[in-house]
Design a protein around this ligand. Structure first.
Ligand code: ZN
Length: 701
């Protein structure tokens, strides 16, 4: 029941560079791309027209456009229908003898049924999707829209999107026009500067938004689902502050016309930095209590930093991927420091280092400039490399270098060499040994990172406290008392709470109670999580946690109090009267406890079960559904609908979710009762669908 909510993987990385796409950039330059597309609600495909403006730089006999999953197409070149075409499933190739020329018009009418990169969300399962969104990173845009995979061939994009009435369409750039139609409304968006095709984004759904202006007059648009405006305010906290901070720190104006953030359902990752239009997982949409459990701020800052590092200047190849992820991670951490303080910044770096040291002991470790390095390396090692570089050349030279780097390669691509060369010029330092130590050696530089961490006096204090881990309570308690003296340092208190968890001395409760009075969400979450029992020393504190501004703390407290109560029903009823809102996780926990409590009426218990069973529905996010399946399977309380939901989950597009659901489905299928329910459901399916599930069930764990 105790669960820390962690969303891993900020945005995708390694897959992006897995294969090199063919490049024609030395001969052919795609300059603008104008899409006119229609999204129909009863089909999961896209049709429309792509118009490209192309410059021929040297004589060629063919031009290609990347386009996968084409069902139907027709091509025109400079106004005439093109007949000399070949489609190989990946590229549409036009054969023609072309001389140096500009302003060539290539038009493609197309229908595509995408297998990935464009996702249609039909949460209510009525056969009509109510939300659609794209995920282009991984050079995937050509899976739903004819475009150019080569990230070096940047185009200025315009998009005109027709969507069923009552839905709105969102895309990159400024909104230019809106036309109301009978069946479809049409939204037009346009950009002023070029970008790589993987950054193209479209979201369609029911949305509202509010706006703010930044210090330099950039419009920030915050999207949310109708009726959830309050959640938007909680989720987007401090956005303007981090935006203004990044503009100032980076020293280059925000490079696009507008910045909007759009939550999307069942997103593959935490967030994606589509140019001017970040998409993020709507699990981050939380109310003012939930924000203390799952805070969007880091993802928010990370995707925003990519608007410069990745979108304005794009990595030249897989060897340079850290120029995107390392920078986004480091600048996000600096932005967070503005909100959470210096100690938070140092502790995060320390935790990155711990994870990287662990990775260093594995054979799979890779250098930062290795295209197949892990996300941990690209993100956290990348951030560390920049931190070390800044220390080496000084903050102002560092800032100057980054500024010059962005200005030099704006709207273009850069390599690690390009970046290092600029830093060497600005700093007048030879970076050969830096490069070897931080960029080219798979081993994480432990000694050097410790030396850098110790420059922060807070870290010295932290290391001294951490050295107490093996002490007896008797020996350590004087130090703990010092930790609680003002000015209190949150990170030190958290370390103390972690250490106290292993001590059995009852005097520790005094310290914990004192720590809980700081009313710090993170500290109280940790305390609530570390308690194994309710006793005279902690009862009052745990009862107080029921009022905490954190659903996680409330859930931990409720579970403890319920476990140790003589009248369990009373505990649950009291909590229910106390709380005005729940997170899905807390609600499920409450129902599960209620169902394991004897003195509720049968009719009440039935109602609780019905309510709990609803959480497996596709209307909920994948994390909630996963937890709901766990509860119901453990309680042996899966309804037929829950089995159907589990089967739907096992064909879902979110990898971790479908893998886990398949495992659950297979292990249930080994039990005779479950097997018979699943077989009954299979019988009612059409044969294609049934075959798909049979294949899933056959595969062993
Ligand atoms: Zn990223």
């Amino acid at each position: 029941m105790k669960k820390l909510i962690v969303l891993t993987c900020l945005c995708m990385s390694t897959i992006l560079w897995a294969q090199n796409s063919p490049s024609q950039l030395s001969h052919v330059d795609f300059q603008t791309a104008s899409a006119q597309v229609v999204f129909k609600q009863d089909v999961e495909e896209v049709s429309g027209t792509m118009d490209f403006e192309i410059a021929i730089k040297s004589k060629v006999d063919s031009v290609f456009v990347d386009a996968k999953n084409l069902i139907d197409y027709e091509v025109r070149f400079n106004g005439s229908k093109a007949d000399s075409l070949r489609y190989n499933g990946e590229q549409l190739i036009l054969y023609a003898q072309l001389d140096n020329s500009s302003n060539n018009q290539l038009s493609i009418d197309f229908t595509i049924k995408p297998k990935k990169a464009l996702y249609f969300i039909d949460a209510d399962q009525d056969g009509k999707w109510e939300q659609a969104w794209t995920q282009g990173q991984g050079k995937y845009t050509s899976n739903w829209l004819p475009s150019i995979d080569d990230t070096s061939d940047k185009m200025i994009w315009n998009m005109q999107i027709s969507v069923p009435k009552d839905l709105i369409a969102i895309a990159n750039g400024a909104k230019r026009r809106f036309e109301r139609g009978e069946e479809f409304d049409t939204f037009s968006y346009g950009m002023l500067q070029p970008m790589s095709s993987y950054l193209v984004a479209v979201a369609v759904g029911e949305y509202e938004f509010y706006t703010e202006q930044t210090e330099n007059g950039v419009t920030l648009q915050y999207f949310y689902y109708p009726e959830e405006r309050d959640k938007a305010f909680a989720t987007y906290h401090d956005t303007r502050e981090i935006f203004d901070y990044l503009v100032e720190e980076i020293g280059v104006e925000y490079p696009w016309q507008v910045y909007r953030q759009v939550p999307v359902k069942d997103f593959l990752y935490s967030g994606m930095e589509n140019t001017s239009t970040t998409f993020f997982n709507d699990q981050f949409l939380v109310d003012e209590i939930g924000v203390n459990d799952r805070d969007y701020l880091n993802v928010n800052a990370h995707e925003l930093a990519h608007q410069w590092f990745g979108n304005l200047v794009t990595a030249k190849s897989g060897n340079d991927h850290w120029l995107q992820e390392g920078f986004a991670t480091y600048y996000a951490l600096m932005a967070e420091r503005e909100v959470y303080g210096d100690a938070y910044f140092s502790m995060e770096l320390y935790q990155y280092a711990e994870a990287l040291i662990e990775l260093s002991n594995k054979p799979s470790k890779k250098a930062l400039t290795d295209p197949v390095a892990s996300s941990l390396t690209f993100y956290q090692h990348g951030a560390w490399a920049l931190h070390a570089l800044k220390d080496m050349i000084g903050a102002s030279r560092f800032r100057e270098s980054v500024q010059l780097y962005l200005q030099t390669y704006a709207y273009s691509n850069a390599s690690t060499d390009d970046f290092i060369k600029i830093v060497e010029e600005v700093s007048q330092k030879d970076l050969t040994s830096f490069r070897k130590l931080w960029l080219e050696t798979p081993q994480f530089p432990v000694e050097e990172s410790l030396r850098l961490l110790r420059k922060d006096l807070f870290m010295e204090a932290y290391f001294q406290l951490a050295a107490r881990r093996l002490d007896t309570f008797e020996d350590a308690q004087a130090t703990y008392k010092e930790v609680l003296q003002t000015p209190v340092q949150e990170e030190l208190v958290k370390e103390m709470v972690a250490q106290l968890a292993v001590h059995e001395d009852d005097r520790k409760y005094q310290l914990l109670v004192e720590a809980s009075k700081l009313k710090n969400h993170k500290i109280n979450q940790l305390i609530s999580m570390s308690q194994q029992e309710v006793n005279a020393g902690n009862r009052e504190m745990i009862e107080g946690f029921l009022n905490a501004d954190s659903y996680i703390t409330r859930e931990n407290a409720l579970y403890l109090l319920w476990q140790y109560a003589s009248d369990r029903k009373k505990v649950l009823v009291h909590a229910d009267e106390l709380w005005e809102s729940y997170s899905p996780s807390l609600r499920m926990a409450w129902f599960a406890m209620a169902l394991n409590t004897n003195n509720f009426k049968k009719s009440e218990a039935l109602e609780f079960l019905t309510e709990l069973q609803k959480f497996t529905s596709p209307e909920y996010d994948t994390q909630t559904r996963t937890a709901a399946f766990d509860y119901l399977i453990n309680m042996n309380a899966m309804s037929e609908q829950n089995y159907r939901d589990l089967m739907e989950a096992s064909t879902h597009h979110v990898w971790r979710f479908y893998e886990n659901s398949r495992d659950l489905l297979r292990s249930l299928y080994k039990k005779p009762e479950s097997k018979s329910v699943i077989n009954q459901i299979l019988l009612k399916m059409d044969s294609d669908q049934a075959e798909r599930f049979e294949a899933i069930l056959r595969k062993s764990n």
